[in-house]
Design a protein around this ligand. Structure first.
Ligand code: SF4
Length: 312
């Protein structure tokens, strides 16, 4: 069956209008993450392969660009781990010869210690590797890697790549209930972040049950704590949905708006987003600041985190 190697452009909150390039067959990956929205990994591997010829991939990209609309970025992502594709370097060279549209690489980071992978990644404009655990044991439980992937070597690859990469380095941390939803786990991840020194840290969690029905979403107060522990370069990117699937508004709000609303009554993150007509990610930033100032507190009620403000 013909495999679509290019899709979109599709809107992405982080990168704008993104043309997706999918260079591995479904689902070739070095990991089998418990939270993967694509389901279980059917081709768990650590060996790179020439799944398609670079010419085939480049022809698809050229066609999509000619057809339009012009995307803001071209993103390697899709059916598995893109750095498993042995033609990645050649395709990066081909895209750079074709257009000046910035190139984004979404990767789990497991192969960045490979010199060929690092060379190809270094020529992208944005590289967004993952780091979901602060120790080898949690890494095995969350990412369920191919036996050939060693945790320390993976982290060393993330650190070494930072030293050579001149573009934007965005580390994505996916938090999971019962595994990385506690203060100790957050601090272990933060210690590695300190070592890696990314430009930005994107915090994510599963807001819907993942295939297989597991509930992995961490409570909102953990997202706020993670922002505090990971520092000012971090922000939450989880894609929250509201009832009826309507999109959230995106109005600009201030920390004072959030505080005043909470002084009236305790609310959940989604209540606040509805009341202030703002996106939950925007509200979370202000909650993290207010919490660090000791002006608000959280209380867990079932699955919901309620926020309230101290009087006076
Ligand atoms: S690294 Fe990405 S594609 Fe691979 S299993 Fe994890 S979430 Fe899925």
């Amino acid at each position: 069956m013909f495999k679509k190697r290019v899709y979109g452009p599709v809107p992405s909150r982080r990168f704008g209008l993104s043309l997706g390039v999918d260079v591995v067959p479904f689902k070739a990956c070095t990991y089998d993450c418990i939270y993967c929205q694509l389901g279980r990994t059917t081709d768990l591997r650590n060996e790179r392969a020439m799944f398609y010829t670079p010419q085939e991939v480049l022809t698809d990209i050229k066609d999509a660009l000619q057809k339009g609309p012009r995307p803001d970025v071209i993103t390697f992502a899709g059916s598995g781990e893109p750095t498993l594709y042995a033609g990645l370097g050649e395709v990066v060279t081909g895209i750079k010869a074709l257009t000046d549209i910035p190139l984004v690489l979404l990767t789990n980071g497991s192969l960045l210690m490979d010199p060929d992978v690092a060379d190809a990644a270094a020529r992208c404009d944005v590289v967004a590797p993952s780091l979901d655990a602060g120790d080898a044991d949690t890494f095995r439980k969350v990412n369920r890697p191919d036996p050939g992937v060693d945790f320390d070597a993976m982290v060393n690859g993330l650190v070494a790549f930072r030293k050579r990469f001149k573009g934007q380095y965005r580390l994505e941390v996916f938090l999971n209930a019962a595994l990385t939803d506690n203060t100790e786990a957050l601090h272990r991840i933060a210690a590695l972040i300190e070592h890696i020194q990314p430009d930005a840290i994107d915090i994510n969690t599963a807001v819907r049950p993942v295939p297989g029905g597991m509930e992995l979403k961490v409570p909102d107060h953990v997202l706020v704590e993670a922002q505090q522990v990971f520092g000012p370069r971090s922000s939450v990117i989880a894609s929250f949905r509201r009832a009826g699937g309507r999109a959230f508004d995106d109005s600009r709000i201030t920390t004072q708006d959030v505080l005043e609303s909470l002084l009236r009554r305790p609310q959940t993150l989604i209540d606040l987003a509805e009341a202030l007509q703002a996106h939950p990610q925007e509200v979370l930033k202000h909650l993290a600041l207010l919490k660090s100032q000791g002006q608000i507190q959280s209380r867990q009620s079932g699955k919901d985190t309620y926020w309230s403000a101290h009087e006076g």
